[in-house]
Design a protein. Structure first.
Lengths: 118, 400
């Protein structure tokens, strides 16, 4: 994953990570450490923007679960925004849902939920 | 005698359209390019969701070949064959074989219906198993060509009979005869909804002089695969219900089913939960579960879950299934449901709302309670809930 395939935006108590293109082994393997380095310690909530993702595989799921663990450790949540088509089908297939994951239509909805909470 | 034309039609190269690539090894960078070529081939022939499901499977297998083997593959052969009504994927390689494949599949299947946990792995295999009817692996020391083969078989989704097809309706009727409305002092009511033409939820039953025995089942998935497997399972369960050994009781029936699924490569690739029950004229009920949601026992103003556990059919685990015996008072009810029915009431696994709803109406007749619960279910799912659902209520009317 390179600067072209993800970017990070900070909010009050959250990070919005926007992915684009493929989130698979070919991108995740190289960029996972870089992405994790850019996450400030103690960050509790993550918004994963999948609106521009064309393809997601189990390596991408593994990355999201790493973020989910970080959120869980800091008593926060993982927000999945804009998932549709193939990425949405994969998320559903592996069961990435439940109390710690909030599925939102888009980033705006996720941010509204987070800001309402604070 | 066959004519030349007939012989030509039977030629597999005519019946099958094949995507084939042979590579001198594989790395992460090569996977997206190969996937793009495969998608182009598939999207011209299949629906977009089917094409992306196959592309995901091929991606997962190839990623595995890059990530895990001790000795890397120097020869990778990818073949995706689209036949009339079926898809066959064969990915062959000469790397270190995939160790403990069966055990890993069983583990992935065990997790397949649960929410993701913070510790588990194996998402790739889970995706493959959830997408396809048949998944198997042949290690190179067992294979005739000396290569490992990851084999996936499936039905195509563009050969489904239309929903109104009379043949389809007739098959449905034959495989799934309705539950009897009455059995002795028991009154039975069922409601069901299919997410697509025909879903994977079904109930089969057998009336006997001493009891009514039945099975409620939920074959995971929707569409052609779920339909095909629910037919297969329903037919198999009907034979088991009539079998003198398997039909002895709910526990024995699930044991026989589980043993049969474990030995059948095709059935083994599909996930099903089921619950077997036996209702006796004196108000006794015997129930066993193979990974199915627990039923609710309701009567007066009370309602509680009857917690029964058992492994999914075909998974092995501890021998035997626990059987719960319940003695019903007049007007008590057993509320059976598939996951699709219970899930909208308990999205986070909390059954409080469902039990409160049932308690508030537990003194109503089974038929009325079924109507009320079903209306509530339809209301809850009116904004979209893409799953099959089935509700069965067995009400004991008192000793005749």
């Amino acid at each position: 994953m390179t600067a072209e395939t993800f970017d990070i935006r900070s909010g009050q108590d959250y990070l919005v990570i926007r992915f684009t293109g493929f989130v698979d082994a070919s991108t995740v393997e190289n960029a996972k450490p870089a992405l994790l380095r850019r996450i400030p310690a103690g960050c509790a909530n993550f918004v994963i923007d999948l609106l521009k993702v064309d393809f997601l595989d189990s390596n991408g799921i593994g990355l999201f679960v790493t973020l989910l663990k970080k959120a869980h450790m800091n008593a926060g949540k993982l927000y999945v925004a804009g998932a549709a088509g193939q990425p949405a089908a994969v998320l559903q297939m592996v069961g990435l849902s439940g109390a710690l994951v909030v599925h939102c239509q888009d980033v705006a909805e996720a941010v509204a939920l987070l800001e309402k909470k604070t | 005698m066959r004519t030349a034309a007939q012989v030509k039609v039977r030629n597999p190269e005519v019946l099958f359209e094949t995507f084939r690539r042979r590579l001198p090894g594989i790395g992460y960078a090569g996977i997206p390019l190969l996937r793009a070529e495969l998608l182009e081939f598939l999207e011209a022939r299949l629906s977009a969701p089917r094409a992306s499901a196959i592309a995901l499977t091929v991606t997962e297998v190839l990623t595995n070949l890059v990530k895990h083997p001790r000795s890397k593959a120097r020869n990778v052969e990818i073949e995706v064959r689209l036949g009339p009504g079926q898809v066959l994927i064969d990915i062959a390689d000469d790397s270190t074989p995939f160790a403990n494949f069966k055990a890993k599949c069983k583990n992935a299947l065990r997790q397949a219906d649960a929410a993701v946990s913070l510790a588990e792995a194996g998402y790739g295999l889970r995706c493959i198993l959830r997408q396809h009817a048949m998944v198997c692996y042949l290690a190179r020391d067992e294979s005739p060509d000396g290569l490992n083969h990851f084999l996936v078989g499936d039905a195509r989704d563009d050969v489904v009979l239309p929903p109104a097809d009379s043949c389809c309706a007739e098959l449905e009727r034959m495989v799934r005869p309705p539950l009897p409305r009455r059995y002795g002092a028991w009154r039975l009511t069922a409601r069901a909804k299919s997410a697509e033409e025909t879903g994977g939820d079904f109930v089969v039953s057998e009336e006997r002089p001493d009891c009514l025995m039945g099975v409620i089942a939920d074959v995971m998935g929707h569409g052609p695969q779920a339909r095909y497997f629910s037919y297969s399972y329903a037919r198999h369960l009907r034979s088991l219900l009539r079998d003198s050994e398997a039909g002895r009781g709910p526990g024995r029936l699930l044991e026989c089913l589980s043993a049969a699924v474990a030995q059948d490569r095709l059935l083994e690739g599909m996930i099903m939960t089921c619950l077997a029950f036996q209702l006796f004229p004196d108000g006794r009920a015997r129930i066993a579960s193979a990974g199915h949601p627990s039923p609710v026992i309701a009567g007066g103003s009370a309602a509680s879950l009857l917690r029964i556990h058992g492994v999914l059919p075909g998974l092995g685990g501890p021998p035997g299934y626990d059987v719960s015996v319940v003695l019903m008072a007049p007007n008590d009810k057993i509320i059976f449901g598939t996951d699709g029915f219970f899930e909208p009431f308990c999205p986070d696994g909390d059954t409080g709302e469902l039990l409160s709803l049932i308690r508030a109406q537990a003194d109503r007749r089974g038929l009325c309670l079924a109507g009320a619960l079903w209306d509530e279910y339809l209301q809850k799912t009116s904004r979209g809930h893409d799953d099959d659902a089935m509700l069965v209520i067995a009400e004991f009317g008192g000793t005749p």
